[in-house]
Design a protein around this ligand. Structure first.
Ligand code: HEC
Length: 97
């Protein structure tokens, strides 16, 4: 009987730790891990917003560090939200790889 309780509580702990882990992982602030959907959105935003004032830039023309600075000056020009800024940046650097 003791064993069954021990196993049951062990299983309960496993269950709790598994179920409580998943939401924490997805709710963690995304440092630079956009989903493929967000990167696809970034591509659309890039193509629609970044060719208005000049030729659409080539994502491979600058490295990922240079793009941080470029996006910091261009995102306000293109009136991007913080999220769109992130998605466009993640799209641009995804092209490089
Ligand atoms: C409102 C007009 C406008 C929009 C929208 C705009 N840009 Fe620009 N962009 C400029 C101007 C003006 C320059 C040149 C002067 C400068 O560097 O500020 C420039 C320069 C650049 C350069 C060259 C910078 C360098 O150091 O060689 C890149 C790359 C660039 N833009 C990328 C983008 C991207 C990516 C977007 C979309 C998020 C974007 N731009 C949207 C006006 C714009």
């Amino acid at each position: 009987m003791k064993n069954i309780i021990a196993i049951a509580s062990f299983a309960a702990i496993l269950l709790v730790s598994c179920t409580s882990k998943a939401p924490v992982a997805t709710a963690a602030p995304a440092v630079s891990a956009s989903t493929p959907e967000q990167i696809a959105q970034g591509k659309t935003i890039f193509e629609n917003s970044c060719g208005r004032c000049h030729k659409l830039p080539d994502p491979t023309s600058h490295n990922s560090v240079q793009w941080v600075g470029i996006m910091n000056s261009m995102a306000p020009k293109a009136k991007l939200t913080d999220e769109q800024h992130q998605w466009v940046y993640d799209y641009i650097v995804s092209v490089k790889k």
